[in-house]
Design a protein around this ligand. Structure first.
Ligand code: ZN
Length: 203
């Protein structure tokens, strides 16, 4: 290989690892009506991307339910797709990062749910709200009110069922949020395509 080929290859690898994908921020009807959808544009020309948690400014992060406490973690025997955060009825549910509301409607067991697509490639899900305060297409800032906490859908107590997703696939939000003190973790999160799914790992 000549020098030019090598530098082109290196540049390709570099961009694969470092440059953010460009998730679409306009939504098809299907995308406004379902929680689990693939993100158009997310893996165009790349098979992995990295989210640098340290490069997220503190002004672009808000714990989704300030003052809330985790009552049920991700996973376990019932394959829980989210993290349940306990609150009082009608506490304010807030956007974890800035983004655009993809979906805001009642959706089977989720009850009133809000899904936000973030420019960094993640989506966040806030479910069981007594009321949604945003609609599909709304731009939201981190910390902006999305809804009031409730127990709509399949819920036995007032709480927020919170999820992070990549390309429609839910993963453990404790890879991003440290639930000991509700702050962001440090370091990098590598999101790789694998078969029909996505593997999300801390680097
Ligand atoms: Zn839940």
């Amino acid at each position: 290989m000549d020098k030019k080929t090598i530098s082109t290859l290196l540049l390709g690898m570099f961009s694969m690892l470092c440059f953010a994908q460009s998730p679409s921020m306009t939504f098809s009807a299907f995308e406004t009506q379902h929680v689990r959808v693939q993100t158009p544009g997310l893996f165009d020309g790349i098979n992995k991307f990295v989210i640098h948690l340290d490069s997220i400014p503190s002004s672009d992060y808000c714990f989704p339910l300030p003052g809330g406490k985790v009552i049920s973690p991700y996973g376990g025997k019932r394959h829980h797709a989210g993290t349940d955060i306990k609150t009082r009825a009608n506490d304010t549910v807030r956007a974890v990062f800035s983004g655009v509301v993809r979906m805001a409607k009642p959706y089977s067991g989720y009850g009133n749910v809000v899904v936000i697509r973030h420019p960094n490639g993640l989506e966040s899900v806030y479910s069981h709200n007594s009321k949604n305060l945003v609609k599909s297409g709304d731009k939201v800032r981190a910390g902006q009110a999305l809804g009031l906490a409730g127990r709509t859908g399949r819920a036995t107590t007032e709480h927020v069922h919170f999820e992070f997703r990549v390309n429609g696939q839910a993963f453990n939000s404790n890879l991003i949020i440290n639930y000991d003190d509700n702050t962001l973790h440090h370091g990098d999160l590598v999101c790789s395509k694998s078969g029909n799914g996505v593997t999300i790992k801390r680097k």
